[in-house]
Design a protein around this ligand. Structure first.
Ligand code: SF4
Length: 403
């Protein structure tokens, strides 16, 4: 198998082919240039405008190329088309089912290949059980499910699955009715996608009405593709973007033939599709894609330097955190020591009092003599109290005896 466009989104055709061949007992693997194969399938979704064809070496008896990146006429054989995909081929997308319940779209928009590839009628092509095996999430690839006469039965299958559903390809807001919205409200919706491709169509009443009816109130889950570079002016692009945002939807800019798009449209896409910037900067005129270069010289450094700087910033932040923690701990210690100091001072006072009482008792002084002493001590230093004089005299006597 060769997934020409890469592995950022699983290739449904290859998964079905893999399941089909494994079911026949064949060995299936991703192509390796060093190996020789009986059969190699190459699947390509996008044309040269978006991705390049595979240019590696293939040793194979037979090579089959398919997908809209090669032409619009190739089809999987019916028995392969209705095989449950081999999800093991893309283990990185585990627990997600991919598939179509309906195919085709009656709109026939000039820039879109769905009409040519799938037909100008939306018809049911499978039941959910064909590609869903209890996965937590379902990524639905239908182009216009609401245009399908079997929409109610198919939406009921999605609702009954209990899985979260991402309507990846756009629901037609013009075909929304209260009954359809009520059925959609039964589905565990991960993401709704709509489109406002033609600026000449005023879709505001439809979007407003749906906003009233839907249970999905988070605008980040109500995404609307806004087609640009397909005959619309910059003002018309801006109008759709601002209007959608004001109505509680999340616009997402798609550029038709990006290589020919004017710089302002590319800038618009960078602003709108970078959701952090889009919700932070309210006005496109305030969006400066080069602000990093202008305002932060460090941003012009090499990636290595920037990485170092980020590490340095992180270290610096860690150091600050350490200092703050140390300050907090030191404050706690100081408070504890102050409390201990007060306790010790109290103990000191109590012990001194005990000692004074002991001293007084040891002197065998009459209470009236003690009172006289205190009075004399407080009032005047002149005239030592009698008991003190007596004590001094006794000491003198002792000294004299010693001599
Ligand atoms: S409505 Fe959508 S799917 Fe249908 S033709 Fe237009 S762009 Fe394609």
């Amino acid at each position: 198998m060769i997934d020409v466009d890469g592995h950022r989104w699983p290739n449904l055709c290859l998964m079905k082919l893999s399941a089909y061949h494994k079911g026949r007992g064949d060995t299936v693997e991703w192509h390796r240039e060093s190996r020789r194969y009986d059969l190699v399938y190459m699947s390509r979704v996008f044309t040269d405008s978006y991705s390049k064809d595979f240019t590696g070496i293939i040793h194979a008896d037979r090579i089959v190329r398919g997908g809209t990146g090669y032409d619009l006429d190739n089809r999987l054989p019916e028995e392969v088309e209705h095989t449950c995909p081999d999800y093991a081929l893309y283990p990185q997308f585990a627990d997600t089912a991919y598939g179509f319940l309906s195919r085709g779209c009656p709109r026939g928009c000039g820039f879109c290949i769905v009409g040519k590839k799938e037909g100008l009628r939306s018809v049911a092509v499978a039941d959910l059980s064909e590609f869903w095996r209890g996965h937590k999430e379902i990524k639905l690839l239908d182009a216009n499910l609401l245009a399908c006469p079997d929409w109610e039965r198919l939406l009921a299958q999605l609702a009954d699955s209990g899985a979260t559903v991402d309507f990846t390809q756009g629901l037609d807001v013009r075909l929304m009715t209260p009954k359809k919205a009520a059925m959609l409200n039964r589905v565990r919706t991960k993401m709704l996608h709509f489109a406002w491709d033609n600026p000449e169509d005023d879709l505001t009443p439809y979007f407003k009405q749906f906003a009233q009816m839907t249970a999905v109130k988070d605008c980040r889950k109500r995404r609307v593709y806004v087609l640009t570079n397909y005959g619309s002016s910059h003002e018309q692009d801006l109008y759709r973007i601002y209007t959608l945002r004001d109505m509680g939807y999340d616009p997402y800019v798609m550029i038709y033939e990006k290589a020919t798009a004017p710089p302002i449209t590319r800038r618009l896409q960078r602003w709108v599709n970078n959701k952090r910037l889009f919700w932070a900067i309210g006005d496109f005129n305030d969006y400066d894609p080069d602000w990093r270069k202008r305002n932060a010289p460090a941003a012009e450094r090499s990636g290595k330097e920037n990485r170092k700087r980020r590490i340095y910033d992180l270290n610096s932040s860690n150091k600050l955190q350490k200092v703050l923690t140390e300050i907090s701990r030191t404050k706690e210690k100081i408070t504890a020591q102050q409390t201990r100091l007060r306790e010790l001072e109290q103990q000191k006072i109590e012990l001194e009092n005990v000692e004074i009482v002991g001293m007084v008792r040891g002197l065998s002084v009459a209470p009236e003599e003690l009172a006289a002493f205190i009075k004399a001590f407080r009032g005047s230093k002149a005239g030592a109290p009698i008991f003190m004089e007596r004590e001094e005299n006794e000491n003198d006597g002792l000294e004299q005896k010693t001599e």
